[in-house]
Design a binder for this molecule. Structure first.
Ligand SMILES: Nc1nc2c(ncn2[C@@H]2O[C@H](COP(=O)(O)OP(=O)(O)OP(=O)(O)O)[C@@H](O)[C@H]2O)c(=O)[nH]1
Ligand SMILES: [Mg+2]
Length: 425
């Protein structure tokens, strides 16, 4: 320092250069953090196989490895021919006299187009498969009778579950939460689909709720049309029984006469739990606003479980001349987390959805790749419904596994509420 207390020139230079250096380093560190966070967010919103080739966890908690194999054939032309064959087989099944297949060329003149009540996208009605008639048994008949005394202005709606005796403990908690937080007041009936004998458990379940409960036994088996062996070990780890369940929720349940009697259903899994009071009638809410699909979360499936599904949907759109609504935003492997699903039944009975799910079913992807009911139905919603007819039930407190929609305390920190990208689309 000189007498005036100034720093010597050299020291000042060193000071400034070290200050510059510090600022520069800090800026560099901040830039690195920002880039890293941005990439992380980007990756989370749309994970990419190439940047994420490792192990992850799929819907159902199973680990999976990413797999880039082509869904049907390496040669896209062969894939096209295979798809057309499947469609023609459908045509023959529905209309044996259609004579639709001729030298492997699509003859569009043979297809009749119709507009459904629910959307105006052109889907050939001739492709609607004949419903495999499920007889209405005694329980089903009493369900039919039940509606005779139902108020005319109240939507015909019901909860439905698929469960197993081994899951009775979960199921009881679910039923109890529904009773406590919603149905004690609104009294919508509950349909319980089950595979094994459930008679001894019936009274126990009925005691837990003031709403009428109807039981229906279902049988799962591999469809006859599958022409390749269904393997236990596939890249998307899942038991074959789990794949039966996916087929049931996407297709089989809508062939059931009890579901066909409804305007709306609220699907829950036996491990679904309501967490807080729902003080309004969600079905009337849907009806009065013209809503068709209510969901609790938008999530991502495992890549290996959607192998070929988006490609098959692209083909469906092209071959069937579908004009999708918001499908272009519905990137692989998005899904509605549909263990909670409040929806209009007529959507799932529409010719559009019936054609789509039957088409996918016949490709066999549910069994060969474990195409889940959630991605299948999500894709259907993104093709056939305007976004304005979907609704995010953010005010319903709900838990399924580790997922929590903590609506009772909206300001409380919740890992899911803090991910707005998963809540909006
Ligand atoms: N009857 C019957 N029900 C099943 C079968 N597999 C699953 N379910 C039921 O279908 C619903 C969904 O099955 P989960 O195993 O919970 O499937 P998930 O929600 O995708 O998987 P988690 O994340 O593990 O809960 C539950 O209510 C199950 O009890 C089955 O093989 N038979
Ligand atoms: Mg579950």
């Amino acid at each position: 320092m000189d007498q005036a207390g100034r720093m010597p020139r050299r020291s000042r230079g060193t000071f400034w250069s070290s200050l510059h250096l510090r600022i520069l380093s800090l800026a560099l560190i901040l830039a690195c953090i920002a880039t890293f966070s941005f990439l992380l967010i980007l990756h989370h919103a749309h994970p990419d196989e190439e940047t994420n080739p490792g192990r992850s966890v799929g819907k159902g908690g199973e680990p999976f490895f990413v797999d880039r194999r082509m869904p049907f054939d390496e040669d896209p032309e062969n894939t096209q021919i295979a798809l057309r064959r499947i469609i023609f087989r459908q045509l023959e099944m529905v209309n044996p006299d259609s004579g639709a297949e001729s030298q492997g060329v699509v003859q569009r003149g043979h297809l009749e187009y119709s507009e459904s009540e629910h959307d105006n996208r052109a889907i050939p009605s001739v492709l609607t498969p004949r419903s495999e008639a499920i007889p209405c048994d005694q329980e089903c008949e009493s369900f039919r009778d039940f509606w005779n005394s139902w108020p005319k202005d109240k939507p015909r709606a019901a909860f439905y579950y698929l469960t197993r005796t081994s899951r009775l403990n979960y199921f009881r908690k679910s039923i109890a939460s529904v009773e406590k937080y919603f149905n004690g007041e609104f009294r919508y009936p509950i349909i319980v689909f089950h595979e094994e004998e459930f008679t001894p458990q019936r009274s126990n379940v009925r005691q837990m709720t003031s709403a009428p409960v109807f039981f229906q036994k279902v049988e799962f088996r591999l469809p006859d049309f599958l022409d390749k062996p269904v393997l236990e070990n596939i890249p998307c780890l899942s038991r074959i029984s789990y794949r039966h369940m996916c087929r049931f929720h996407s297709k089989g349940v809508y062939q059931h006469p009890m579901i066909q009697m409804l305007d709306y259903h609220w699907r829950l899994d036996d491990d679904s739990v309501l967490l807080s009071p729902v003080n309004y009638d969600v079905f009337e809410f849907m009806q009065s606003r013209g809503l068709q699909y209510g969901y609790i979360w938008i999530h991502l499936d495992a890549y290996s479980c959607t192998e070929g599904l988006w490609e098959a949907t692209e083909d469906f759109i092209r071959i069937f001349n579908v004009t999708p609504t918001f499908y272009n935003e519905w990137f692989r492997p998005r899904l509605f987390y549909n263990n909670f699903e409040i929806s209009k039944v007529s959507l799932w009975l529409s010719p559009s959805y019936t054609a789509y799910v039957d088409y996918l079913d016949r490709l066999g992807g549910i069994y060969y790749h474990r195409w889940g009911d959630a991605p299948i139905k999500g894709l259907a919603v993104s093709m056939f419904l305007p976004k304005t007819q979907t609704h995010f039930f953010k005010d319903v407190g709900y838990r399924h596994g580790s997922f929590v929609n903590n609506a009772s305390v909206p300001s409380a920190p919740s890992q899911y509420l803090n991910k707005p990208d998963h809540m909006r689309f």
